[in-house]
Ligand binder design. Structure first.
Ligand code: FAD
Length: 431
């Protein structure tokens, strides 16, 4: 059964989210700096009351199951919510599902010990603290098997040394989840483990914070120098960092894609508005065929991408195992930068000089398209994953000419229908 409709009860919730985000949350984006600065008095004054409204409505942390205070809605409903939430910088915070905390909460819930959950997960779920996830190193992020940051056993604990790069929100974080080599001689994907490092641990240092474009510097260059960690600092088993990272990044990537639908739709709506409002040479931009092509292409690309995201969400709900939907997730991850880039660029261009100005959101949206093409791994790597998964299990033609070569198909068909040479000659004559 195929069904492209939202059930009426949930549609009521979506309608409520739409008007709440538009009226109450989007204005925050124009007066507050970082959503992660949770102790900033103005953030506390303006954000906390909205979080309470969301909690009372039963829409808090919907990516989590009921045992962690969420609704256990599943990914399809989450996708529909995230399309709205994705439009606003502050909405994920107001709805308790902001990255990277949402993914960090998932792995703490999945792999954390009772002590780790009490110390780190609960305050994170309440948004009393924020966290950071740190894999990338200055020498390269696309290939984690090259990482050198290492933890060495000392007594019953560990000593961590090394450097990390582009660790988002480290400056606001109470703890950082760090990927480090613990078993240098093991197979490439069993060499590393995850550690929880509280940011007040001696030896931990932010070398500097780096900004994206003209944005405030919130991505940290980190150094760990003889950082002593207890045995209880490890998250998941020894050598299991790749497994933990996959659980975290699988969900994270698809949630980014859901929010990207919202951002691309926002750019598309502005594109349409400008096409209708602006006149040149005695007619509306909307009456020019080259503008109509921009609108048509953008609509088709957005709807195609949205369906791919929703189907991926549906497959995650169905299989409940990210490993079985790896290729779907790789596909949406690889497709989303181009989608946002193309629609935001068209909207920018159609607004002329105003579109390029710092009074409009388009430069930010185009920069975001590059951001989502790098964060959680570059597009090329995800295309490689997708291609490998697609090719897995296929058997190639064995002969000199492929199995689908015309003469062979004809010969096979003649044999199937018992047609002799005479009938074959007739067939040749009709083409
Ligand atoms: C805004 C932002 C936030 C981020 N936040 C975090 C964070 O919180 N924590 C964290 O750990 N990391 C974070 N990152 C880092 C991100 O994960 C890395 O940027 C990404 O993995 C790529 O690593 P790199 O930047 O070192 O690029 P490199 O590994 O040097 O790759 C550079 C380029 O080389 C090409 N390339 C690489 N591999 C291949 C390949 N196999 N085939 C073909 N071409 C290839 C691609 O064009 C790629 O863009 C963030 C990045 C951004 C932009």
């Amino acid at each position: 059964m195929w069904n492209f409709e939202t059930d009426p009860a949930f549609q009521t919730e979506l309608d409520w989210i739409e008007q709440f985000v538009t009226q109450e949350v989007e204005p925050l984006d124009h007066v507050l700096d970082s959503p992660f600065d949770v102790t900033n008095p103005l953030n506390v004054r303006l954000v906390r009351p909205l979080q309470e409204v969301v909690k009372a409505r039963g829409l808090w942390a919907c990516h989590l199951g009921p045992e962690l205070g969420g609704q256990g809605y599943g990914q399809v409903k989450l996708a529909l919510m995230n399309e709205i939430i994705g439009r606003s910088r502050f909405a994920p915070l107001v709805f308790g599902c902001q990255a990277p905390d949402s993914g960090n909460a998932e792995i703490l819930a999945h792999y954390g010990t009772a002590v780790q959950k009490a110390r780190f997960l609960q305050p994170l779920l309440n948004n009393d603290i924020v966290s950071c996830f740190s894999m990338t190193e200055p020498a390269g992020g696309a290939d984690p098997t090259m990482f050198t940051t290492a933890a060495v056993r000392k007594g019953d604990g560990w000593v961590l040394n090394g450097e990390k790069w582009f660790a988002s929100n480290a400056r606001y974080a109470s703890f950082i989840i760090v990927m480090a080599v613990t078993d240098p001689d093991a197979a490439p994907h069993r060499r590393m483990s995850m550690f929880i490092v509280p940011t007040d641990t001696p030896g931990y240092e932010i070398v500097r914070n780096v900004g994206v474009g003209s944005h405030a510097p919130t991505h940290a260059y980190l150094r760990f120098k003889d950082v002593r960690l207890g045995a209880d600092a490890m998250l998941g088993g020894q050598g299991c960092a790749f497994e933990v990272a996959q659980v975290r990044l699988g969900g994270g990537r698809v949630h980014h894609a859901m929010r990207t639908v919202g951002k691309a739709r926002q750019a598309f709506d502005m594109l349409c508005d400008r096409a209708l409002a602006r006149r040149t040479q005695g007619e509306r931009l909307a009456d020019k065929q080259m503008v109509q092509e921009k609108i048509a292409d953008s609509w088709v690309e957005l709807e195609q991408f949205r369906l791919l995201v929703l189907r991926t969400a549906w497959r995650i709900d169905k299989h409940k195992d990210y490993r079985l939907v790896r290729h779907d997730i790789a596909a949406v991850k690889a497709a989303m930068p181009k989608l946002l880039h193309d629609i935001a660029s068209r909207a920018l261009h159609l607004h002329g000089s105003l579109g390029l100005s710092n009074e409009m959101p388009f430069i930010g949206l185009v920069a975001d398209s590059f951001l989502i093409g790098l964060a959680d791994g570059p597009t090329e790597v995800h295309k490689i994953t997708l291609a490998k998964q697609v090719l897995r299990g296929r058997t190639p033609s064995a002969g000199l000419f492929p199995d689908y070569h015309g003469p062979k198909l004809k010969a096979d068909a003649r044999e199937k229908f018992g047609l002799g040479l005479e009938a074959a000659a007739e067939l040749e004559m009709v083409g």
